[in-house]
Design a protein around this ligand. Structure first.
Ligand code: GLU
Length: 487
């Protein structure tokens, strides 16, 4: 069997990070089996359509390295790959269902509908047109009466279904609504479209979030009534917020783009996400620690649907940060610089710095100085900013400069005098040479060397925190150091 998976987002807003996890599973299963990974845009709900959301889906899949084999952008044999262009296909199948007696025209007026929906809340919604004879209904359609087409859900049946992740599940059809298949504007509904498309696009495995489980009985019925074999479904776990419930915006980003903007590396994100819902089958020897670092290629190799976890994972932001830092460590400075530049060009708002940063020959070294202290690419930027912008309005009234506050201007004079004596070509501007001189200045005032260096740090960086000061000053160059000391 050809393995074909699909990721089917609706363009109703920014792509949620959970969508990247679903796409990752779809991608991995297809790649592992030399199959095809399809992206289908499910825009049947035109009222919720958000401008730009479709573009963002593809932009994000590309940024995370999950490009599809078939989609509206790169084509394929089973298109169109966007549901709004498949309207006629759905109508044809809905009419077939009517003919077979598995669907019906429904002419409820908006007011009637509202009342009925209220009355049947919690039980299966049934319309009074359910059993109206087809001739009468056809006549009403011809007369131009507005209608929808609804699924005729059978009474008193227990649908038993085996989910690839959630196990055996029972649905009581008396609680399942006579769902709309064709809306009043002639568009297919999600329920019909998803079944028709998965079938016509020859999808072999359906991976989607467990939130979609309640829609499954309707889709099972549609497969049955259309006489099609249903592919195995895998409803992957829900991603929970540490404070309970759905992943919440209050604590930070939730969109795929948001995390990239924040400066997380896509490869670190993928690694973090793959483990929210899947466990590696790798055997561990006694006492051996669980392996957590997997590249996308390694994941594709190892991934198997039998290793999905049923329990809902918590989205632990500290753990994500840990992954990001691990990837900072794994990367060489040159690789990290490349990631940083890509991020900076795409997401940074500090455009005033772009000329400096993009033309900086020492950028790699600067990143090397901060990479152990930064947790995101954004923090790298924050920590190297001082190289490009001299500090303004320095606040000397902080505890770190309390012991030296009265001698700051004397110290600055001494520093300037001392540094002026050094040559300014980069070969002779070496921190090893100034260090003993710095210490003698400290001794002159009988102050701790740490306190003396802090004054220098404040004058150069503007903050009591910085990457290693002397290396930083070396990269800044003599002239810039003197400029900042005399400012
Ligand atoms: N279109 C649905 C969504 O926005 C996906 C449903 C499915 O995968 O069946 O997530």
């Amino acid at each position: 069997m050809d393995i074909r998976t699909r990721f089917a987002p609706s363009p109703t807003g920014s792509l949620h990070i959970g969508g990247i996890r679903t796409a990752l599973y779809c991608y991995a299963w297809a790649k592992k089996n030399s199959g095809k990974f399809i992206v289908r845009i499910e825009d049947t709900d035109q009222t919720r359509f958000v401008e730009g959301a479709t573009e963002e889906v593809f932009e994000m899949l590309n940024a995370y390295g999950l490009n599809p084999d078939e989609s509206m952008n790169n084509g394929g044999d089973y298109g169109p790959y966007i549901q709004s262009q498949r309207k006629d296909i759905y109508l044809k199948y809905a009419e077939e269902l009517i003919k077979k007696g598995y669907a019906y025209y429904c002419f409820l007026e908006p007011e009637e509908l509202k009342i009925l929906q209220e009355a049947t809340r919690g039980t299966g919604f049934r319309s009074k047109y359910r059993d109206q004879d087809i001739e009468t209904s056809k006549k009403m359609v011809d007369e131009g009466k507005p209608y929808v087409i609804r699924l005729k859900v059978p009474e008193n049946e227990t649908i038993i279904y085996k989910d690839g992740v959630q196990g055996s599940i029972k649905f009581d059809t008396n609680l399942v609504n006579d769902e709309i298949l064709i809306k009043s504007n002639g568009f297919g509904s999600y329920h019909l479209a998803v079944v028709v498309d998965d079938h016509l696009m020859k999808v072999s495995h359906v991976f989607r979030a467990v939130e979609w489980l309640p829609s499954t009985p309707k889709q099972i019925l549609l497969y049955r009534y259309l006489g099609w074999e249903m592919p195995p479904f895998y409803h992957v776990s829900a991603i929970l917020d540490p404070s309970g419930g759905k992943l919440s915006k209050r604590k930070g980003s939730v969109s795929a783009k948001g995390f990239l903007q924040d400066g997380y590396l896509p490869e670190a994100m993928l690694n973090f996400l793959m483990l929210l819902g899947w466990s590696s089958p790798e055997k561990r020897e006694f006492g051996e620690k669980e392996r957590e670092i997997y590249s996308l290629e390694e994941f594709v190799e190892l991934f198997d649907v039998k290793d999905f976890n049923k329990s809902n994972p918590v989205f632990n932001r500290e753990k994500l940060t840990w992954f990001n830092k691990e990837y900072f460590k794994i990367k060489t400075n040159a690789e990290l610089k490349e990631s940083f530049i890509n991020w900076f060009k795409e997401y940074s708002e500090d455009i005033d710095l772009s000329n400096y940063i993009l033309q900086d020959y020492d950028l790699e070294e600067k990143i090397g100085l901060v990479k152990e202290r930064a947790t995101t690419l954004m923090e790298i930027l924050e920590q190297i900013k001082f190289f490009y912008k001299s500090p303004k309005d320095i606040d000397w009234n902080i505890k770190q400069t309390q012991n030296t506050i009265e001698i700051i201007s004397d110290l600055k004079k001494d520093f300037v005098e001392m540094f002026t004596g050094f040559a300014d070509n980069s070969k002779e501007w070496k921190h090893e040479d100034w260090e003993p001189r710095m210490r003698s200045i400290g001794d002159k005032y009988s102050k701790k060397h740490g306190d003396i260096f802090m004054v220098l740090r404040m004058a150069i960086v503007g903050s009591p925190f910085s990457p290693p000061l002397f290396e930083s000053m070396q990269l800044l160059g003599k002239n810039e150091v003197l400029k900042r000391l005399t400012a």
